[in-house]
Design a protein around this ligand. Structure first.
Ligand code: ADP
Ligand code: MG
Length: 413
């Protein structure tokens, strides 16, 4: 019998329990989710942006605390064991790979891969042997002396894989590992992960791309904090499995279908009780289909803003109700320990007479487009942190992590 590595029973996550006081309603990022990870599994987790994918993997790997329910790691209830033991479990058995490879810029590739071993006081000879072996397998043995900025995105992500597996973890957890890679490199990364899975490593992979998910053995589809669909690969080949996945996921990725639908609902205050991650779009600009699927777009034309909410309803907001606009830069930490990194996004508040509509702009280029569009339409934008100026100062540095890190330093001055 295969052993159970992680077992989650009815776990829920509420980010801000005080919301009950502030707005009268708790918002669940996860609602009573059951999840079992067995040795040798390769599970992909899909779902629209904001559906709880990151929250789910952070909770089951104890990076974040669950609000309700029970979680067992390697058969032991996390409530019953000390935090220090949980930390040891995580360091020993789990390897993480994130969308931004989170390599340390000042260290060579060799040292980046060595970091987890140095933390565990492994001898230099042993480190050298281990690094030679994994880097050969991942075909990065020639770049060991380089710094991350000298390497391509695909190479950096392979280095991140090397770092994640150097201690031979039992489970590899990946959150959109191919989110910043082109398709050739994405498939290369997935081939590497599949090979590892064949050698017995258990994998949990978050992705929004059905082709990437088709490498897994089981796809779980999250919607609004609940797992609403599970597709098993069984004996299907990869292409058939891919089609099955598309069947489930395309139900809500077809933004155009919704936009073409003439029906829409009027805005009401209740809708904004829920946090909304919206990818902003301008009507006559070309957009990448992948981005359209990943985020909910906010479309601004001369009279209306339109977006699609989590229930796939088209919400139309008349621009005439907007009295002012404020933008603010928000930082959040991702990752753990020395791999932690800042992630930034921009809150865009549309101030109306009796409410404030808050959108999170996930993409700086488009935030600037939206700001310019609104300025042309005659709106003043309150931008206390000079986000716009900073953006113009670093136009070529636009690459999510890099640009934002510059911005942050600039802001601190
Ligand atoms: P996904 O990874 O599927 O895009 P997340 O797990 O990041 O989704 O988010 C699920 C929900 O929880 C969203 O509504 C999001 O806005 C909210 N959320 C995520 N992180 C936080 C946080 N640190 N504080 C408050 N709400 C959060
Ligand atoms: Mg996420």
């Amino acid at each position: 019998m295969k052993s159970i590595l992680i077992e989650a029973n009815h776990i829920s996550k509420i980010y801000d329990p005080n919301i009950l006081w502030k707005r009268g309603k708790n918002e669940y990022a996860l609602r009573s989710v059951d999840f079992i990870l067995e040795e040798g599994d390769f599970i992909s987790v899909m779902g629209p942006s904001g559906s709880g994918k990151t929250t789910l993997i952070n909770c089951i790997t104890t990076l974040d605390k669950i609000s309700k329910g029970h979680l067992k790691l390697f058969g032991r209830d996390t409530l019953a064991i000390k935090d220090t033991i949980i930390d040891d479990f995580r360091n020993k058995y789990l390897g993480f790979i994130f969308q931004n490879h989170n390599l340390i810029p000042s260290l060579s590739i060799y040292d980046n891969i060595a970091v987890p071993l140095l933390l565990n006081e492994v001898s230099n000879d042993e480190i050298d042997n281990k690094i030679k072996k994994v880097t050969k397998d991942l075909n990065i043995e020639k770049i060991l002396d380089k710094k991350p900025y000298m390497c391509s995105g695909g190479e950096c992500q392979r280095v991140a894989i090397a770092r994640a597996i150097i201690q031979q973890p039992k489970i590899i957890v990946c959150d959109e590992p191919t989110g910043n890679l082109d398709s050739k490199n994405s498939h290369e990364v997935l081939r590497i992960l599949s090979d590892m899975n064949k050698k017995g490593i258990t994998i949990v992979l978050v992705t929004h791309d059905p082709l990437i998910a088709s490498y897994s053995k089981k796809m779980m589809y999250l919607y609004d904090g609940s797992i609403i669909n599970v597709v098993n690969r069984n004996s299907n080949n990869q292409v058939d499995f891919y089609h099955k996945i598309v069947n489930v996921t395309s139900k809500d990725s077809d933004i155009q279908r919704v936009l073409n639908n003439e029906e829409y609902i009027e805005l009401n205050k209740e809708m904004f009780n829920k946090r909304t991650d919206v990818y902003m779009m301008i009507n006559d600009r070309e957009y990448d289909d992948k981005l359209k699927e990943q985020y909910r777009p906010l479309i601004i034309d001369d009279e209306y803003m339109i977006y699609i909410n989590v229930y796939q309803e088209k919400v139309k907001i008349s621009l005439s109700i907007i009295k002012g606009i404020k933008i603010d830069l928000i930082s959040k930490t991702t990752g753990i320990g020395i791999f932690s990194d800042y992630l930034f996004y921009v809150n865009v508040d549309f101030v109306c007479d009796d409410m404030v509509l808050r959108f999170k702009a996930m993409n700086q280029d488009d935030m600037i487009d939206v700001i310019e569009k609104l300025e042309i339409l005659g709106y003043d934008i309150e931008d206390k942190k000079n986000i716009k100026d900073i953006f113009y100062k670093y136009p070529l540095a636009y690459e999510r992590g890099k640009y934002l890190r510059n911005t942050y330093k600039e802001l601190l001055k």
